[in-house]
Design a protein around this ligand. Structure first.
Ligand SMILES: [Zn+2]
Length: 307
């Protein structure tokens, strides 16, 4: 890699994939083995002057998801800590995130203390490095080429997405966020917390065709007639077809969508897959919309502010 090329989270993750695939003669398993990555790194250009990254250790500090720490007595040794009370998928994401700090940021600081909120509440430089580490983790655990293969040429439903999440050993929500980035379909993903919209992600073709949900209240609640508004439905993995206008006021009357629903704890995930549409003729104003750069940021449980 040339010195002029800035090492980003996704470039670093792709480089690690290349090494892993070479080690497996091109046929690396879909579930990334983070122990192999951790043990491999000191012997690579990403681990210069480091002898060892110790095996990750659980801690019980609830405010802290993970830490990366240099041994104060031995600069060639680093250690990773993770929240032992988090779900196994969350722990895995955290360890990948700390490996991201190791590759991208360890020359800047001797320790990293990562909580759920610092991506949004921290100072600019903290936010930046947290996002880069998340970007690395998403790209490492959910390789874009494998995800594209997994969703290509098939009808998408929550069974399909759940199976891919299991294969990658990531949370269902993390996988859905990544799906939105890679799908060529018009798709909108919403995260409801206690009945109100907390985060929203749109696929690039949804942005280009200006598909967006109607907002009648602030904070936003699901429109009547939708699965999201129906407390009697907890899960809808096969999807229900309905008029797209129920969700998206600007959609043509003949346009249809499929709505899916996944409930867990006090939260609900809604996925809408809309029929395809051409970008609006003569309408280039979508260029001015802020295109999300945060699809890759699976932050804690997917924290992402609604814009
Ligand atoms: Zn971090």
């Amino acid at each position: 890699m040339s010195a002029a090329q800035v090492l980003t989270g996704s470039i670093a993750a792709n480089t690690v994939h290349t090494w892993l695939r070479a080690a497996h003669q091109g046929d690396a398993p879909q579930t990334i083995d983070l122990n192999i990555v951790r043990q491999m790194l000191p012997g690579t250009p990403f681990g210069k002057d480091v002898r060892e990254i110790k095996a990750p250790m659980a801690h019980g500090i609830s405010s802290c998801e993970g830490m990366l720490v240099r041994n104060p007595k031995d600069a060639a040794e680093w250690a990773i800590f993770y929240n032992g009370n988090s779900s196994p998928e969350r722990q895995r994401f955290t360890i990948a995130h700390e490996l991201g700090h190791f590759i991208l940021h360890r020359s800047q600081r001797p320790n990293f203390n990562c909580d759920k909120e610092s991506v949004y509440s921290g100072a600019d430089t903290i936010r930046d490095i947290e996002r880069q580490a998340d970007d690395f983790a998403s790209n490492l655990l959910m390789p874009g080429d494998l995800l594209r293969q997994g969703i290509a040429n098939r009808r998408i439903d929550l069974h399909v997405l759940g199976a891919i999440a299991q294969r990658f050993q990531v949370s269902f929500e993390a996988l859905c966020i990544r799906f939105i980035k890679f799908t060529p379909q018009r798709a909108i993903l919403m995260h409801w917390d206690n009945g109100f919209l907390k985060y929203e992600w749109r696929s690039s073709s949804a942005v280009k065709t200006r598909a967006r949900i109607r907002r009648r209240s602030d904070p936003v609640e699901p429109p009547p007639g939708t699965l999201a508004a129906d407390a009697g439905v907890e899960q809808e993995r096969d999807g229900i077809e309905m008029s797209a206008a129920i969700w998206c006021a600007e959609e043509a009357p003949h346009m249809k969508l499929r709505e899916f629903k996944h409930s867990y704890r006090e939260r609900v995930l809604s996925l809408l897959i809309l029929e395809s549409a051409e970008p609006r003729p003569g309408d280039t104003t979508w260029h001015d919309e802020p295109v999300e750069d945060s699809y890759d940021h699976f932050i804690a449980n997917g924290q992402h502010p609604v814009r």
